[in-house]
Write a protein of this length. Structure first.
Lengths: 100, 439
């Protein structure tokens, strides 16, 4: 699957919908999301999430995809950089997303 | 008062910490702390930002050995670090890794964690009881950090009281709370130095992390945590090794969550009541009833303004933020925040009760009623509310609330929001509430 620029993939949209749902981000329209925007900053169209959100995201990923996050893991730090990075992490750890 | 040893009930070969390399003995810890103390700069205060409990404990102990007081910030944002440094020019920053994202870090000292060191071969060094050991901060009414001085003698005495109540002696602790917070300081730092406990150095965050940390620890294991982490842990349904107990503080815990946590983790859960100013004051087994049992020798008395806590660890009585009712047996019932009693036209209702009524509405997932800062001309402050209720309109919520609340106390405005601005301990900073209300 190859993606040009910041166009959002179907898998990323599914993940964005999950985040909007579990974090109650009603104001955020998953159609206009830049998948490269940072999750934990409000700069550059970022989501402005915090550590409590990280707990909720981890829980949702575990329940939906069976993906487990560990904070000591450098890969987790990278996964939380953006929606795209998170999607990539999930894709590598749970094949269910790309089939969906 | 006589000086008190850096480690109470010193047993050189008994463990004090579960470090990255495994169990670390009290003697080896003292050897490392002495080595670090020799390298610290000359100053009156040290701003200890260490994330690893091993580094924090070494920094805290080394500062005591050098007669330096540890400044413990409420958070690690660049603004907070800069404000505390500006207030304490005679200070330096201690951290355990390169933290380039923090402001005001010039000249920061990094605690080396690969130090091996030698066992301390003599009796543990003694520290003057009246020496100021720690200065945790609360956010003042205008948002600037307010320090609260804790003497070494008071902290050691208090650690003994808390340890006897919660069974810290000989227990292995896994904690999701930072050592800079008073709750974390008492339950994971002082518990190790003066309560006979062994603290794990990591601060596990995700439920999976907690599983890893608990599995590394020998029994008996105690989990030191908060309602936010307990909620995630219960939801995640991950298998945890057997626990001897669970401790929760920082925010009120619902009986439902307490029961679910006890059920899933198979251990009794004790909740701590206290404040940064007073330290832990009382505890309760949340599933066994609403009354709190004060720590041994600690008393809480109600007066016309609210309540005062007194105890052997406090030089003078400390005012608590809550209204309490004291029973004949000394047990306490909390009646809500004392600054939060609403009085309108001879009617009274506490914000706590109003909050309770709001949260009891079916469809309300989260919510808070609070008193905004007065800026109205009339000087009358009405309670305001922020509510998370995806399926209800603001009007519907008000209509439902009116069924159980006198119209004089109905929140105005009541604003529906996507979520509440909870901080990493699950608390709701007042400034964030005001900001969200204005938005």
């Amino acid at each position: 699957m190859s993606v040009e620029g910041s166009a959002i993939t179907a898998a990323e949209r599914e993940l964005a919908n999950l985040l909007v749902e579990v974090l109650n981000l009603e104001g955020r329209d998953s159609a206009s999301i830049d998948p490269a925007a940072p999750l934990f900053s409000e700069q550059g169209g970022g989501w402005g999430l915090d550590s409590i959100d990280a707990l909720e995201i981890a829980l949702a990923l575990q329940q939906k995809y069976g993906v487990v996050l560990r904070s000591e893991d450098e890969a987790t730090r990278r996964a939380f950089a953006s929606l795209r990075a998170l999607g990539e992490y999930v894709r590598q750890h749970a094949p269910a997303l790309t089939q969906g | 008062m006589n000086p008190l040893p850096l480690i109470t009930g010193y047993r050189p070969q008994a463990p004090l910490l579960f470090a990255a390399q495994g169990l670390l003995s009290q003697a080896r810890f003292l050897g490392q702390a002495m080595a670090l103390a020799r390298t610290l700069p000359q100053a009156g205060f040290v701003l200890n930002l260490c994330e690893s409990r091993h580094a924090f404990l070494l920094g805290f102990a080394a500062a005591l050995l050098r007669g330096q007081a540890s400044l413990l910030p409420p958070n690690k944002t660049p603004a907070t670090v800069a404000a505390i440094r500006a207030r304490y020019p005679d200070s330096y920053v201690l951290c355990d890794r390169e933290q380039s994202d923090l402001g005001g870090m010039a000249g920061a000292v990094v605690v080396p964690l690969d130090l091996d060191g030698e066992d301390w071969a003599r009796a543990p060094p003694a520290i003057a009881a009246e020496q100021i050991a720690a200065l945790p901060f609360t956010s003042g009414s205008t948002g600037e950090p307010l320090p609260h001085a804790k003497s070494w003698g008071g902290l050691v005495l208090h650690a003994g009281l808390l340890s006897s109540r919660l069974g810290f002696d000989g227990a292995h602790l896994a904690a999701t709370v930072p050592p800079q917070h008073t709750y974390g300081l008492e339950t994971t730092v002082l518990a190790a130095l003066a309560g006979g406990a062994v603290s794990h150095c990591a601060r596990p965050f995700f439920p999976q992390d907690l599983g890893t940390v608990l599995e590394a620890l020998p029994a008996p294991r105690l989990l030191i945590t908060t309602p936010v982490h307990l909620h995630a842990l219960v939801q995640a349904r991950l298998r945890m090794p057997p626990l001897a107990g669970i401790v929760s503080a920082t925010a009120p815990l619902s009986i439902e969550l307490a029961a679910a946590a006890e059920d899933w983790l198979g251990a009794p859960l004790h909740e701590i009541y206290g404040s940064t100013e007073s330290g832990a004051v009382a505890t309760r087994r949340t599933t066994a009833g609403e009354l709190w049992l004060p720590l041994p020798g600690v008393s809480v008395s109600a007066d016309e303004e609210g309540a005062l806590a007194a105890g052997p660890h406090l030089e003078q009585a400390v005012r608590l933020a809550d209204l309490v009712e004291t029973g004949a047996d000394g047990r306490l019932r909390l009646l809500g925040r004392s600054g939060d009693m609403l009085k309108v036209a001879g009617k009274r209702m506490s914000l706590a009760e109003l909050n309770h009524r709001l949260l009891a509405i079916p469809g309300v997932e989260d919510g808070v009623v609070f008193l905004p800062t007065a800026d109205g001309a009339a000087g009358i402050v009405r309670p305001a509310a922020l509510v998370v209720a995806p399926t209800l309109s603001e009007q519907q919520i008000l209509d439902l609330l009116r069924q159980s609340v006198d119209p004089a106390f109905l929140p105005r405005p009541l604003r529906r929001v996507a979520r509440l601005p909870r901080n990493e301990l699950g608390k709701l900073p007042r400034a964030a509430l005001q900001e969200l209300m204005r938005a």
